[in-house]
Design a protein around this ligand. Sequence first.
Ligand SMILES: *[C@@H]1O[C@H](CO)[C@@H](O)[C@H](O)[C@H]1NC(C)=O
Ligand SMILES: *[C@@H]1O[C@H](CO)[C@@H](O)[C@H](O)[C@H]1NC(C)=O
Ligand SMILES: *[C@@H]1O[C@H](CO)[C@@H](O)[C@H](O)[C@H]1NC(C)=O
Length: 317
Amino acid sequence: MFCKSGLLVGLLILVNILMLYFTATTLETRKLQKIAKKTWNYHVAYPQNYRFILDQPKKCEDQKPFLVIIVPVAPQNIEARNAIRTTWGSEKLLQDKLVLVLFLLGSQSGNETLQEQLQNESQVHQDLLQSNFVDSYRNLTIKTLVMMEWLNKNCPQASYGAKVDADVLLNVRNLLHMLVSLKSLQHNYITGLVLSGNIVLRDPSSKFYIPHDVYPKSRYPPYPLGMCYIFSMDLPEKIVHIARHIRPIFIEDAYVGMCLRRLGIAPKKPPNIEQFVVKPPQRFNRCYYSGRIAILTSSQTQLISYWMDFHSDNRPC
Ligand SMILES: *[C@@H]1O[C@H](CO)[C@@H](O)[C@H](O)[C@H]1NC(C)=O
Ligand SMILES: *[C@@H]1O[C@H](CO)[C@@H](O)[C@H](O)[C@H]1NC(C)=O
Ligand SMILES: *[C@@H]1O[C@H](CO)[C@@H](O)[C@H](O)[C@H]1NC(C)=O
């Protein structure tokens, strides 16, 4: 008798605990959604009136590059800049074409030491562009738009621009070859790893969550993946202008797609899409690497050692 009721009580307690657990978890999800809504702004502050603290306004005019490559990077990430300077950033003249590589940073207010270091770095290398917006992951769209403004203002004579992330191993020779082999100088041209019909993520725990009221369509317009895209120099002005009419979301590359759609410009597949690689094979293969244009790397050490390997001329491929 005692045993039976004990079992019953035990069962009741268990059911209670389970019920409490389920209510608690649904409440928790709701709370998370609410917090996500409150603390994350899905739009970025892009008023088109940021100014440059460090600049190279005469660089394009003086050097007359064919291609200007902009690398967005965090102010404190000097290792990434040095890795690029000593590898693919050092390839300045290829096939009679001049390539200019510049780094684009935002600001970190309140760190005087860092700012002084950046000033020194800028004096030594003369390749830093620093704007006064707050540098953060959620502000990458501002960085992209500031890049377009800078190119429009300072490099209208160049033929092409490119945006390349700091963790990308770029094969400048192959990229130039691709651009030169296009039949004529392109206009309204943008290429890279073009994503078509990418789905808008509606899961609040996702890094790229976008609520319905911020972007109502279920798919983004086609856009080239942010790791590396190349465009004709008539595009920056058009993107800067149209950006006044489309509220910028924090997903940088998808936003470029939204601007292109409004401009009626379709991003083009590159001549060989296999030259743009997000997930390279696990094991290094010199022949594979020497045939690509842009490959995402997992570390600066990897970037440097792979670049050195396919640039050493003892073993051909
Ligand atoms: C300021 O920048 C320096 C140099 O990059 C860094 O070592 C230091 O940790 C930074 N300080 C703060 C408070 O972020
Ligand atoms: C910047 O350079 C000056 C002069 O070379 C040097 O005295 C100073 O220590 C440097 N500042 C930093 C933060 O590296
Ligand atoms: C983005 O930059 C703007 C302008 O500097 C700043 O007000 C805002 O706080 C920044 N946002 C984040 C998430 O860093």
